[in-house]
Design a binder for this molecule. Sequence first.
Ligand SMILES: CCCCCCCCCCCCC/C=C/[C@@H](O)[C@H](COP(=O)(O)O)NC(=O)CCCCC
Ligand code: ADP
Ligand code: CA
Length: 555
Amino acid sequence: MGPDLQPLSSTLLRKNRCYEVTLDPGSQELSWRDLQPRRNRAGICLAGVHYGARHLACCTGEQSLSAFQSVPVSEIISVEEAAIDGGKWQQTFKPCGFTVHYVRRARKHRWRCSEMTFWCNDEQLYNQWFQALKRLLELQTSRPKHLLVYINPFGGKRQGKQIFDKKVAPLFSLAAISADVIVTERANHAKDNLFEVELDKYDGIVCVGGDGMFSEVMHGLIGRIQKDSGIDQNNSRAPLTQCNIRIGIIPAGSTDCVCYATVGINDPVTSALHIIIGDSQNLDVCSAHHNNTFLKYSVSLMGYGFYGDVLKTSEKNRWMGPSRYDISGFKTFLSHHSYEGTVSFRPAKQALASPRDKQLCKFGCPVCRQAKKQLEMQQKEPFVGLEHNEDGDWQTVRGKFIAINAANMSCACPRSPKGLSPAAHLADGTADLILVRKCSRFKFLRHLIRHTNKEDQFDFPFVEVYRVKKFLFTPKHYEEEDNDNNDVAKKHFAHICTEKPPCGCRRVNSIWNCDGEPLDHPSIEVGVHCQLIKLFARGIEDPSKSKDHVDSNRL
Ligand SMILES: CCCCCCCCCCCCC/C=C/[C@@H](O)[C@H](COP(=O)(O)O)NC(=O)CCCCC
Ligand SMILES: Nc1ncnc2c1ncn2[C@@H]1O[C@H](COP(=O)(O)OP(=O)(O)O)[C@@H](O)[C@H]1O
Ligand SMILES: [Ca+2]
């Protein structure tokens, strides 16, 4: 806030009614209340302005006070000169008006753009208001001005381009955000481009598509930043360089889990508004390695067994769009495979919360805030990375599993609004490792159904959940493997058994579903990199805390 900015309070007209309108640079709020004036003969009230203190300019006649309403300056999208609609009183006074476009909260975490026009009866007053609002908006320094946008035209229902053109681009232009738009022509187009592009030109990167498209952009960005800072991604112990350029997700995919779990809804307009107002949410990233070779990063789900098989079956039916997952989910459920192997993990000893508690990760989450403090302290230490003394001792679990899932965030999505691990945190430096042991089809179905209702999906004897910072998985058929040649042979063997199981032979290996992308190896080492990337999001707002806003912003 600049020293020159003083509170501004005036009586202005809106829809031929007098409002006391106040812009307070201290509280960073624009507020207004209807003064319910009795009008003079011409039906006009007098407007006044006063600087330096709150001032009630009088309308002629009685006043009855109505509800006070406000919008934080941080949620004003733009201010522009109002278009004159030729009303009767305007012909006499030639008033000047300004329109404020702002964020209105609608139901279920949806944000919408609302507008409100106030009229001033002299040009000087109008200029004071217009300039003051513009100045306060210019001081919102976290807002992006220039974005790089990648659109996957084939994601989800193939609506990415239309969604961007019709719903997002008009909002960006209203907010004076310019965008370089690339419609991808092939898989990995965005990722490759991110290694070449002049990143400094942009205040953020936006991907229009699903989790797979987000994953591609994230890989491009993290890979580029590591390359620029000389970090070898194949070294699983290397501390990765944080990516400070934010990524925005305009949901246009099949699952849209990353968007849903960080915003609360998969709605393109809501996401565009979070980008415009410059929200920021740090996000943990898991890295998966095999034999000191980097495989992939993941921010949502890494799933072996059930979710790996769902992915594998669904890839063949990509043409079906989002419903491919329902069909492959049903098929996979019926096939009811379990996979034998060993999971070793290092529990997060210092975790401030547990996967079974009810403390969900919300906007301003104290658990993630504490993790940020710890991270800042660790970064000051000479040896940083994924190894910390505070972590617990390694533990090992062996057996036959229907599913091995690592949820780095809740993985909430329209199919499961509370997600795979409802209490997982976006930015706490841990992931929830969920082991579903071999059990009957009926029991597994009960576990699955609980992802869609309020019951606890972990409350079964065949389900275990651990909050971890690192884990390893070795399928039974890869155990005792210690060199790459063996690995190739066994991969080949596993492939044969997976694709063409001889009569009586159980499927040997599943694949890892890594944010909707398959991994090349089932035997992996995974570590969580605390708050490695940033999104244009804020986490999920608590409806009980934002209720006042929902109501007060609705005009
Ligand atoms: C009897 C009803 C059972 C319903 C169980 C539903 C449980 C769903 C949990 C879904 C978690 C999803 C985690 C996110 C995965 C995505 O990264 C991935 C790729 O998404 P996209 O790129 O947008 O295509 N999606 C999936 O792997 C689909 C999982 C669907 C499982 C049925
Ligand atoms: N132009 C393109 N043609 C084919 N594949 C693409 C293209 N652009 C991106 N992709 C790839 O499509 C995959 C799925 O994209 P995504 O947007 O997540 O859709 P969905 O949610 O339907 O899976 C991603 O792995 C991404 O790399
Ligand atoms: Ca996490």
